[in-house]
Write a protein that binds this ligand. Structure first.
Ligand code: DGY
Length: 319
């Protein structure tokens, strides 16, 4: 008999085919994210759970699972899971590291350029048939080449951002709880600075930290005040790392030049004021959303799940 599994939402066809071979699955919901109550109702008799970063797998959910052996999260971040509770109950937790590094770094750069060169606003302007010919001062933006890039969180994605920045001859500064060794600093041409100094020096600041109790509002109201008036802030990591209300206020008052956000504090809600500002570019959490990467993530999560259910050590074990 195949093990019973809950898949909170349909994943790409190839991964579904793989799962069909190995498990007996039930879906949380077909074309929407299931509610926490729906997960609770369906998890009781399941040995495995394939979850997304939007599913809150907290103590209530874990408590209602009587046979759960593994939670395979289809994301590199696992802040949606109560890891302590899972560990206490001997439930394995896995994630999908590595495979989304390049796609997320690419999207970060797309967002940097979109903000710096005001691309979404220029696109809207053109579609509205307001283009009346070349003008010297039409949509003036910020240059990237040679500027100072500040990377907050120098993990896999931060490093991939730094490699791309070298092509733009940027000065690269970074901050991280763990400083890189001299070899890596040389490879990434990156200089370590404490957060406050990084914020007050960089022309473009990009956030790539994991969400933990320590990184919650790391970019707080006070820290936003340290950012230069003509600088850009990008967040493709997790919304709660940046104080969204304080950021909206700073953008409104033009205390900073611009921002690019792919993530929000209370997704899918977005601080209302941001929606009306021209100096922010907003995306719907699509950092890793290339077909190739999402397929790799789905396959990785599915394999982790099956490995755990077979009693093997999953490749990407968190706990
Ligand atoms: C992750 O995997 O944590 C990303 O946010 C998904 O794009």
């Amino acid at each position: 008999m195949k093990p019973k599994v809950l898949i909170t939402r349909k994943i790409l066809a190839e991964a579904m085919d793989y799962l069909k071979e190995h498990v007996d699955y039930e879906m949380g919901a077909e074309d929407r994210n299931p509610t926490k109550q729906e997960i609770i109702e369906k998890i009781a008799d399941k040995e495995g759970l394939l979850s997304w970063l939007v599913d809150s797998i907290d103590k209530d959910v874990i408590d209602s699972a009587r046979s759960l052996k593994i939670i395979a999260n289809c994301a590199v971040g696992y802040d949606n899971i109560d890891i302590k509770e899972a560990k206490k109950r001997g439930i394995l937790v896995t994630n999908t590291p590595g495979v989304l590094t390049e796609a997320t770094a690419d999207l970060t750069w797309a967002l940097i350029f979109a903000v710096a060169r005001r691309i979404p606003a220029a696109d809207r302007f053109t579609r509205e048939k307001r283009f009346r010919g070349w003008e010297l001062e039409l949509f003036l933006g910020k240059e990237i080449t040679g500027k100072c890039l500040g990377i907050v969180g120098m993990g896999r994605i931060g490093k991939a951002i730094a490699l791309r920045a070298q092509a733009f001859r940027m000065k690269i500064i970074y901050t991280d709880p763990q400083r890189l060794g001299p070899e890596e600093e040389k490879k990434y041409k990156a200089f370590f600075l404490p957060l406050d100094e990084l914020l007050s020096s960089a022309d473009i600041i990009t956030v790539h930290a994991a969400l933990t109790p320590q990184s919650y509002h790391l970019i707080s109201r006070e820290k936003i005040k340290l950012i230069k008036k003509d600088a850009i802030l990008i967040n493709v990591a997790r919304g709660p790392i940046v104080d969204e209300k304080a950021l909206a206020e700073a953008l409104e008052k033009k205390q900073i030049w611009g921002a690019g956000l792919d993530v929000y504090e209370r997704e899918p809600e977005i601080e209302e004021r941001l929606l009306f500002l021209e100096n922010v570019v907003l995306l719907p959490h699509i950092g890793s959303a290339s077909y190739e990467t999402r397929l790799k993530m789905a396959m990785m999560a599915a394999r982790n799940l099956v490995q755990g259910l077979k009693g093997e050590r999953p490749d990407n074990l968190v706990v």
